[in-house]
Design a protein around this ligand. Structure first.
Ligand code: UD1
Length: 342
C-alpha cells in the first residue's frame, strides 16, 4: 500500500473543514483534525466517520497552542497544514475587534511558529473575497487592489501579508492562499452541512431556515442596487467544489509547484432573488421575503474570475445553484436544528 500523506486541518470540524476532510479521504490523503469546538460540534466527528467508514483522528485544542501543534506535526509526520480555524462573523468583528485580531492573527502566528519548529513547510490558507473590499469592477482577478471594511476582513488581509513575509524569509515555505467567494451547500449525504450559531448572518442558511419553518421571512437587504433585479449579486460556490479546490491546492504544492494565491469561485453571479427562487424550486417550500434597507458594508456585485485557479490547480467548480440549493435543503430538512439533538 502506498503511503498516505497526513494533512492537519485546523478548524477541521467546521463547515468547510469537515467537507474538505471527506474530499481528502476520497483523494487518498490521511487528514487529521485540530479543533477547539468554539464554533463547531463534536457530532461532526461521528458524521465524518459514517461518511468515510473509518475512525477520525481529532485533537481537541487551540491552534494558538504552539507546543500542542508542534507535537501534532511531529507525531503524525504531517506533510501539509490547511488552516481553516478562525472567526468569521463580520458584525461581531466590528463589535469585538480584539477577539478577531487575537484569534485570527494570533492563531496564524502560532501555527507558523509550530510549523517552523517541526518543521513543516506546506500550508493552505482560507482567505476570502472580503480582501477585495468594494471591487472597482467584476469579475475580480487576483491582481485587484486589496482593502478591508471591517476587522474580520482586516485579519484575512494581514494573514495574507504575514504569509508573504514568511515566504520572503524562508524560501522553503510554500503556501496556497485560497480566496473563497460565497461557500454554500452541503455534502449530498445530508450528514454534514453549515450549522450557524444563533441567527444566521449569511443568505443561504437564512433562506434554508425560512423554508424549514424556523424563521418567518427573509429580509432582502436592498432592491435598488445597480444589478439586473436590484438585489445583491454574489458568486455562490458549492462547498463540495470548494473542498475539491483544497485537494487540488495540496496536490499542487506537494508536487513541488510554487506558492500561489487564487480566487475560488464559479465565475457566475446570482442575485438574492435568484437564490430565493432556486431554493423554492429545490425545496418545494415557499420562502417569503420582505425588502429591507441595505446592510451596511454590502457591495452591489461580487464575483470571481476563476481562470487562474483552473490554470494553476487544474480545478474548476462544476456544481450549479440548483445543486447548492438541493444539497442545502437535504441537510436542513434532515437536521432542522443542525447538529443539536431534537
Ligand atoms: C459575507 C461577509 C463577508 C464574508 C462572507 C463569509 C458582509 C458584509 N460580508 O459576505 O465579509 O467573507 O459573508 O461567508 O457581511 N442578504 C440578504 N438577507 C440576509 C442575508 C444576506 O438579503 O438575511 C444578501 C446580502 O445583502 C448579499 C447577499 O445576500 O447581497 C449575500 O450575503 P451574505 O451571505 O451575508 O454574504 P456576503 O455579504 O457576500
Amino acid at each position: 500500500m502506498t503511503h498516505k500523506p497526513t494533512i492537519l486541518l485546523t478548524g477541521g470540524a467546521g463547515y468547510i473543514g469537515s467537507h474538505t476532510y471527506v474530499a481528502l479521504v476520497e483523494a487518498g490523503f490521511a487528514p487529521i483534525i485540530l479543533d477547539d469546538f468554539s464554533n463547531s460540534s463534536p457530532v461532526v466527528l461521528e458524521r465524518l466517520q459514517r461518511i468515510c467508514g473509518q475512525a477520525v483522528v481529532c485533537q481537541r485544542g487551540s491552534v494558538a497552542d504552539v507546543a500542542l501543534v508542534q507535537s501534532l506535526l511531529e507525531r503524525h509526520q504531517v506533510a501539509a497544514v490547511v488552516h481553516f480555524a478562525g472567526f468569521k462573523a463580520v458584525g461581531e468583528s466590528v463589535a469585538q475587534p480584539l477577539k478577531y485580531y487575537a484569534n485570527n492573527l494570533g492563531g496564524m502566528v502560532a501555527l507558523l511558529q509550530a510549523m517552523d519548529a517541526a518543521p513543516c513547510r506546506t500550508l493552505v490558507f482560507s482567505s476570502s473575497a472580503t480582501v477585495y473590499g468594494d471591487p472597482v469592477r467584476v469579475p475580480i482577478t487576483e491582481d485587484f487592489a486589496r482593502s478591508h471594511t471591517n476587522p474580520y476582513g482586516h485579519t484575512k488581509l494581514v494573514c495574507e501579508d504575514i504569509l508573504a513575509s514568511m515566504r520572503n524569509a524562508n524560501a522553503a515555505l510554500r503556501t496556497g492562499v485560497l480566496r473563497y467567494f460565497n461557500p454554500v451547500g452541503a455534502h449530498p449525504s445530508g450528514l454534514i452541512g453549515e450549522d450557524p450559531l444563533g441567527e444566521p448572518n449569511n443568505l443561504m442558511p437564512y433562506v434554508a431556515q425560512v423554508a424549514v419553518g424556523k424563521r418567518e421571512f427573509l429580509n432582502v437587504y436592498g432592491n435598488n442596487y445597480p444589478t439586473p433585479d436590484g438585489t445583491g449579486v454574489r458568486d455562490y460556490i458549492h462547498v463540495q467544489d470548494l473542498a475539491q479546490a483544497h485537494v487540488a491546492a495540496l496536490q499542487t504544492l506537494l508536487r513541488g509547484q510554487p506558492s500561489f494565491t487564487v480566487n475560488v469561485g464559479t465565475g457566475q453571479g446570482h442575485s438574492v432573488l435568484e437564490v430565493v427562487h432556486a431554493f423554492e424550486q429545490a425545496s418545494q417550500r415557499p420562502v417569503p421575503y420582505r425588502v429591507a434597507p441595505r446592510r451596511a458594508g454590502d457591495v452591489a456585485s461580487c464575483y470571481a474570475d476563476p481562470t487562474l485557479a483552473q490554470h494553476l490547480l487544474g480545478w474548476r467548480a462544476t456544481r450549479s445553484l440548483a445543486d447548492m440549493c438541493t444539497d442545502t435543503w437535504r441537510w436542513q430538512s434532515a437536521n432542522p436544528n443542525g447538529y443539536k439533538k431534537g
